[in-house]
Design a protein around this ligand. Structure first.
Ligand SMILES: [Zn+2]
Length: 262
């Protein structure tokens, strides 16, 4: 069995899709998000947390044949206000990766909201402290980003934090080693693909849902339809080449130029 993990960022009311400032490249509308949930539900999918996925990898539990991991990055207020209620309505749950330094800042979830999300059965993971790419940090900064974010979430929420998502998808061996040393059980990156029992837990694959959103294609990928992966992987490859050629800073500049409102 292979399992697909999806990644979402900000989810906005349909009428705000064009108007809201911020990163439009990764933003989807509530309408698009709900259509996807409804399609997955109709096809009999059940959501599994990062924790459940890892327990399955370790042979400690079974998973439904139609399982999907739903992950949410960056700790937007919309994750509490719009996403969590919609997940509940469709009997799904999600894994939310929080850049801990942003908690309570404008547009981001508060500690009280995170507490309620835990109460609703959502899994919380970290997304570092400052959302800086882990690959750009000194050894000390790297250790602090992964260890402090985990410890702070655990102290404030009173639940074990088992998973991290790589800020910006930037990942290397030093990051994987630091994350393993800090006691994480899973690291989710943005490499296109599916996850099986033997997939390296410190480099689990996720498919980022972003503009232009094509719900049918996302559903095809969850169902394991190979051409959809091929198509997405080519886009991803182009992005990776641009990041490598331009460097993180200039890649972000280019993205802002190409995508309106980004
Ligand atoms: Zn992020």
């Amino acid at each position: 069995m292979r399992i697909v993990a999806l990644t979402f960022h900000d989810v906005v009311p349909d009428e705000q899709a064009a108007a809201k400032p911020g990163d439009g490249f990764y933003r989807i509308t509530v309408g698009e998000f709900e259509r996807l949930l409804s399609q997955l539900r109709k096809r009999g999918y059940q959501s599994v947390s990062s924790r459940a996925f890892r327990e399955w990898q370790q042979g400690k539990r079974t998973l439904p044949e139609r399982s999907v991991v739903l992950t949410f990055d960056d700790g937007y207020t919309s994750h509490f206000e719009l996403v969590a209620p919609l997940l509940k309505r469709y009997q799904f749950s999600g894994t939310f990766f929080i850049p801990v330094g942003s908690v309570g800042q404008g547009g981001h979830v508060t500690w009280a909201q995170l507490g309620k999300m835990v109460f609703l059965g959502m899994e919380i993971g970290t997304h570092g402290m400052s959302h800086r790419p882990l690959t750009e940090l000194s050894r000390e900064e790297l250790e602090a980003e992964v260890a402090d974010s985990k410890r702070l979430l655990e102290e404030r929420l009173g639940v074990p934090i088992r998973a991290i998502a790589a800020p910006g998808g930037f990942w290397n061996r030093a990051a994987a080693e630091a994350v393993a040393r800090s006691g994480y059980e899973a690291a989710w990156i943005s490499e296109i693909g599916t996850n099986g029992p033997d997939t390296q837990p410190m480099a689990l694959r996720r498919i980022v849902v972003r503009q232009p959103v094509a719900i049918d294609r996302v559903v095809s990928m969850v169902e394991g339809w190979q051409p959809a992966f091929w198509w997405a992987a080519n886009q991803q490859l182009l992005i990776r080449i641009l990041k490598r050629v331009l460097g993180v800073y200039w890649y972000e500049q280019l993205k802002r130029k190409l995508v309106p409102n980004a």
